[in-house]
Design a protein around this ligand. Structure first.
Ligand code: CP
Length: 314
């Protein structure tokens, strides 16, 4: 049973956080995503013609919302929802998240939600009568992003065991690195280098989890120092909107940029990932290099989300 579920909803399959996935489930999901690549390539299927997915987004999104909606359409289902839910839903009149979820669950078969608050997806799942997928909860987690990140590594490298992954940038507020770290704990002999400005280091609760799982990691300020050895460079945006003050943001902004100079020191078989959007931390000069995998990574989000939707309806 997912953490936070109540007795009444225990048979539902929610996607709330990355820790819920074990290796077997990841392998099944990647196999399913691979099959979805074929389905999407053929234009889709009428697998779920009577299902309705709600998208409830309290924070801005391009990739997550569009890829979830595209995934549902490719599977033959229908989509209702709102972006900017804090303004365009009855949240603005004071309706609680719990009440809103109870209502929306009565209108649809699946809820995909992005919220400003850590733990909001778990709160939603606790009262929902349909599956809930966490599409990002503040600076907490973004499990479906991490799943597509890992799928991209698996697809392009043929495996994840033994990989050296560098996570770069805003490791405090960047929820994708939290979820990706948790997923990597399922693999053997991985090593994670966390590279960040001092004021946005990886949280201690993420490090504690990695230690409990026996995962090797280091923290460093020196991106050039690991450029020759890392297999995957997971660059992230400094999350300006989450900083307590402009002064704190200024301390972190612009410190780590992947450009052609850095690219020249990387392995020939390295891979550059980014959950996107970017805000200057990967120079556009890098885009044409075959090691720049971030646009391919975003497309993989469609296949992973098709696979997740299918799993929610099993
Ligand atoms: N990677 C990601 O979550 O992108 P969006 O914010 O555009 O959904």
């Amino acid at each position: 049973m997912n953490e936070g579920e109540t007795e009444s909803v225990k048979s539902l399959y929610h996607v709330l956080g990355a820790k819920q996935f074990d290796r077997e489930e990841l392998e099944q999901l990647f196999s399913s995503a691979k099959a979805m690549e074929v389905v999407a390539g053929e234009g889709g299927t009428q697998r779920f013609p009577n299902k309705i997915m709600s998208t409830l987004f309290f924070e801005a999104s391009t990739r997550t919302r569009f890829s979830f909606e595209s995934a549902m359409h490719r599977l033959g289902g229908r989509v209702i929802g709102t972006e900017n839910a804090s303004q365009f839903s009855s949240a603005i009149k004071g309706e609680t998240l719990e009440d809103m979820i109870r209502i929306i669950a009565g209108y649809s078969d699946l809820i995909v939600m992005r919220h400003t608050d850590i733990g909001a997806a778990k709160r939603a799942a606790a009262v929902s009568t349909v599956p809930v997928i966490n599409a990002g909860d503040g600076s907490g987690e973004h499990p479906t992003q991490a799943l597509l990140d890992l799928y991209t590594i698996e697809k392009e490298f043929g495996g994840i065991d033994g990989a050296h992954i560098a996570m770069i940038g805003d490791l405090t507020y960047g929820r994708t690195v939290h979820s990706l770290s948790y997923l990597l704990a399922n693999y053997r002999n991985v090593h994670i280098s966390f590279i960040s400005p001092e004021n946005v280091r990886i949280p201690s609760y993420v490090k504690q989890y990695l230690e409990e799982k026996g995962i090797s990691y280091e923290e460093t300020l020196d991106l050039e120092g690991i450029a020759k050895t890392a297999d995957v460079f997971y660059q992230t945006r400094i999350q300006k909107e989450r900083f307590p003050s402009p002064e704190e943001y200024a301390k972190a902004e612009g410190k780590y940029i992947i450009d052609r100079n850095l690219l020249n020191t990387m392995k020939d078989k390295a891979m550059i990932l980014h959950p996107l959007p970017r805000a200057g931390e990967i120079h556009p000069d890098v885009d044409q290099d075959p090691r720049a995998a971030y646009f391919r990574q975003a497309v993989n989000g469609l296949y992973i989300r098709m696979a997740l939707i299918e799993k929610c309806f099993e």
